[in-house]
Design a binder for this molecule. Structure first.
Ligand code: ATP
Ligand code: MG
Length: 164
C-alpha cells in the first residue's frame, strides 16, 4: 500500500499533542515527499513511540524536532530531543527488548517500545538507529526505502526539471 509520510506525521503529531502540550514540537520537511510502500497503521505506531520517547525523556518546555529528508533511494526521518541523552555504549542496546539505559531508570517504562519500532521498521526493509545529539539530547534516525517504482518516478521528474 502507498503511504504518505506527510499525512502520517500529521496524525502522529495530533495523537502526541493530545497527551502533552509541554514540549515544542517542530517539524521540518520538504514540499514534496515521495510516497513509500508500507503499512500506515504500523508506521504511525512506530513514529508515535519514537516521538513519545523524545517527550518522555526530555524536560518540559524543551524542543522536539522532527526532520524529513529525501535521498535517492530512501526517506529519512529524524527525531531529536533536548533531553537526558544517550551513552554511546547504549546506542544499540536500547533496541533490545526490556533494555533500559541507567540514566533514564528514574522514568518509568518497560523497555519494549523501541524493540517494537525496530521490528516495524525492519518489516519495511528500513533501518532505525540512535545517537547522542552533538550538544545535548538524543537523535533517532529512521530510514525507509523508496520502492523501485518511486525511485524511477523521482528520476523522471529530475529529468523533466533539466529540460526546463
Ligand atoms: P516503553 O516500553 O514504555 O516505551 P521505554 O521507553 O523504557 O518503555 P523503549 O521505548 O524501548 O522503552 O526505550 C528503551 C530505552 O531507550 C529507554 O528506557 C531509555 O533508556 C532509552 N531511550 C529511548 N528513547 C530515548 C530518548 N529519546 N532519550 C534518551 N533515552 C532514550
Ligand atoms: Mg518508550
Amino acid at each position: 500500500k502507498w503511504c504518505d509520510i506527510e499525512d502520517l506525521l500529521g496524525v502522529v503529531l495530533q495523537q502526541v499533542q493530545d497527551f502533552q502540550q509541554q514540549r515544542k514540537l517542530l517539524v521540518h520537511m520538504p514540499d514534496h515527499i515521495p510516497l513509500i510502500q508500507g503499512d500506515e497503521v504500523l508506521l504511525e505506531q512506530m513514529l508515535v513511540n519514537v516521538v513519545s520517547n523524545a517527550i518522555k525523556y526530555s524536560p518540559d518546555g524543551s524542543e522536539v524536532t522532527i526532520e524529513v529528508h529525501v535521498e535517492a533511494d530512501a526517506v529519512i526521518i529524524s527525531v531529536r530531543d533536548r533531553g537526558m541523552g544517550l551513552d554511546t555504549a547504549d546506542q544499540e542496546r536500547i533496541f533490545d527488548k526490556f533494555y533500559r539505559a541507567d540514566r533514564t531508570k528514574h522514568v518509568p517504562g518497560t523497555g519494549l517500545g523501541l524493540a517494537i519500532c525496530k521490528g516495524i521498521v525492519e518489516l519495511h526493509d528500513g533501518t532505525i538507529s540512535a545517537e547522542p545529539a552533538p550538544d545535548r539530547g538524543t537523535i533517532i534516525t529512521i530510514s525507509l526505502p523508496l520502492s523501485d517504482e518511486n525511485k524511477s518516478m523521482s528520476m523522471h521528474s529530475e529529468g523533466e526539471m533539466e529540460n526546463l
